[in-house]
Ligand binder design. Structure first.
Ligand code: BES
Ligand code: ZN
Ligand code: ZN
Length: 516
């Protein structure tokens, strides 16, 4: 009797320990799979599965397509269905709608619809699986492994560092495809944009100018053989006679930093560099021309230009792009105080031009003016500056596209071509003399930091102001104020700061590398 009881006890214990370890494994690794399906029927009138989905279906003797027909005769673009327990390796399988499948570059939309549909669908599948606490997702390439990777990595990003309750951390992997190189490229592009999102979303008391510079320094550390960092302090900025930049930082207790990144990726050491300049206002209160308090918190992302520029250089280094790039980021806060610049003050920029600061909230153009003057000293092949410069840009285009003001048709072509591939679009804006007249007609100085007719054409007068500090034949100013944040417009980005247009900058640099 005693022996029997002991045997039963042992069996129970064994069973308990087995189920305990099973549930632990279960917690540690929950695998999911994302597969694509097109909206259009296949030739034979059945479902039109992607190659990977069709193979998966075959391995289950058609069970997936049977279930799909029951669950969703037509799966619309960006919609999904989840199947549980149909495959022993994947407890959760998300099938996502890719649209018609015969799309490509669309002239009217200025993007590649097929790539956008893949980014969208894959992001939807990954996010659903994340909600189900799946922590490893394999992803169908859906016909374009790079776009699939971008959809996965961009879709899963969420800034929850400062919350106690965090979303499930999900690792991703390509499923059933040989296009591993393209997949990896997509992951690097998306991680670049996620770095910019992280910097932009982070609160201004965490990402101060110093913290921004240190973070970038850490991010480029693995590429120390090809990237050099200079964190220039206030004394250096003074030596450089950057009076316009200094006038913005005056009101703040936080020290400014002028960040320089040198990426040497070109074997030909003499190749002229591409110059990227990013507005780095880590918080824009407006200064004495104080902004209304509503939505002022969003001005923690007023360093979006610096964030996207630095993130794209980190990405170029990770990709080992054969091109030389210099990144400049004037970093400071714009704050009111007894020391702050006052409306009507006149300051002198690095090139000797005087500026009447009639509105201290138009500070971006001041920090960029000095950075642009300094940028010219490197004799770059092209200068591209990126800035959350004007609310007027948001009024003009909203979040559809970055506004590009450029003196160079060649540069416009390069940027436009890159943006069609990435889906992070650009739209050309004017640099007419009409606008220049409105900033040069100034009572006390050479230039006024706001246009004569204040709000009219605000994005264009800001660009015209910058043009006064440019002599280079290939210069573009990208106003990213409209694309700074995402509500739900870009379906593969969650709500929050967007990190746009990092991938377009990387693709543009890759294009230059390609053309030599
Ligand atoms: N950082 C703002 C522009 C901005 C607004 C970016 C909304 C993103 C979202 C910039 O410094 C600014 O305040 N510009 C003023 C210029 C005006 C005073 C001429 C603006 O747009 O109102
Ligand atoms: Zn401002
Ligand atoms: Zn600003």
């Amino acid at each position: 009797m005693l022996v029997v009881r002991k045997t039963v006890q042992m069996a129970v214990r064994k069973h308990l320990s087995r189920s305990f370890s099973a549930s632990r494994t279960h917690l540690q690794e929950r695998k999911g799979l994302v597969l694509g399906v097109f909206e259009k029927e296949a030739e034979e009138g059945g479902l039109h599965l992607t190659e990977a989905a069709a193979r998966f279906d075959q391995s289950l003797s058609g069970k997936l397509s049977d279930l799909l027909k029951i669950a969703a005769p037509v799966l619309k673009k960006g919609k999904s269905r989840i199947f549980y327990g149909i495959h022993q390796d994947f407890p959760c399988v998300a099938v996502v709608g890719l649209g018609k499948g015969n799309e490509g570059v669309c002239g009217a939309e200025n993007w590649d619809t097929k790539k956008e549909n893949i980014r969208h669908a894959v992001s939807v599948g990954c996010k659903i699986l994340q909600e189900l606490e799946v922590n490893h997702v394999e992803v169908d390439d859906c016909g374009d492994a790079k776009s699939a990777a971008e959809g996965a990595v961009l879709g899963l990003f969420c800034y929850d560092q400062l919350k106690s309750k965090k979303k499930t951390r999900v690792t991703t992997q390509l499923h059933g495809s040989a296009d591993v190189d393209d997949w990896k490229k997509g992951v690097v592009y998306a991680e670049g944009q996620n770095l910019a999102r992280f910097l932009m979303e982070a609160p201004a008391n965490h990402i101060t100018p110093t913290a921004f510079a240190n973070t970038i320094e850490e991010k480029v550390a693995p590429y120390a053989d090809r990237v050099t960092v200079n964190k220039r302090p206030k004394a250096w900025i003074e030596e450089q006679q950057m009076g316009a930049f200094l006038s913005v930082t005056r009101g703040s207790e936080e020290p400014p930093v002028f960040l320089e990144l040198y990426y040497n990726g070109c074997p030909d050491k003499k190749q002229l560099p591409l110059m990227l300049v990013g507005k780095g206002i880590t918080f824009d209160s407006g200064g004495i021309s104080l902004k209304p308090s509503q939505s002022m918190d969003a001005m923690r992302a007023d360093m979006g230009g610096a964030a996207t520029v630095c993130a794209s250089i980190v990405t170029a280094a990770a990709l080992k792009l054969p091109v030389n790039i210099i990144g400049l980021a004037p970093l400071c806060e714009n704050m009111p105080s007894g020391k702050a610049t006052k409306p009507g003050d006149v300051v002198t920029a690095k090139n000797g031009k005087t500026v009447q600061v009639d509105n201290t909230d138009a500070e971006g153009r001041l920090v960029l003016a000095d950075a642009l003057c300094y940028g010219h000293t490197f004799n770059p092949r092209a200068i591209v500056n990126v800035a959350t410069l004007t609310g007027a840009m948001d009024v003009a285009l909203g979040s559809a596209a970055t506004g590009v003001f450029t003196n160079s048709d060649w540069l416009w072509e390069q940027l436009h071509k890159a943006s069609v591939v990435t889906g992070d679009r650009v739209w050309r804006m004017p640099l007419f003399q009409h606008y220049s007249k409105q900033v040069t007609d100034c009572q006390l100085a050479d230039l006024n930091n706001v246009g004569k007719y204040s709000r009219s054409g605000g994005a264009c007068t800001a660009a015209a102001f910058l043009k006064e500090f440019v002599t280079a034949p290939h210069w573009a100013h990208l106003d990213i104020a409209g694309v700074m944040s995402n509500k739900d417009e870009v379906p593969y980005l969650r709500k929050g700061m967007s990190g746009r247009p990092t991938r377009t900058l990387v693709e543009f640099a890759a294009g230059l590398a390609h053309s030599g």
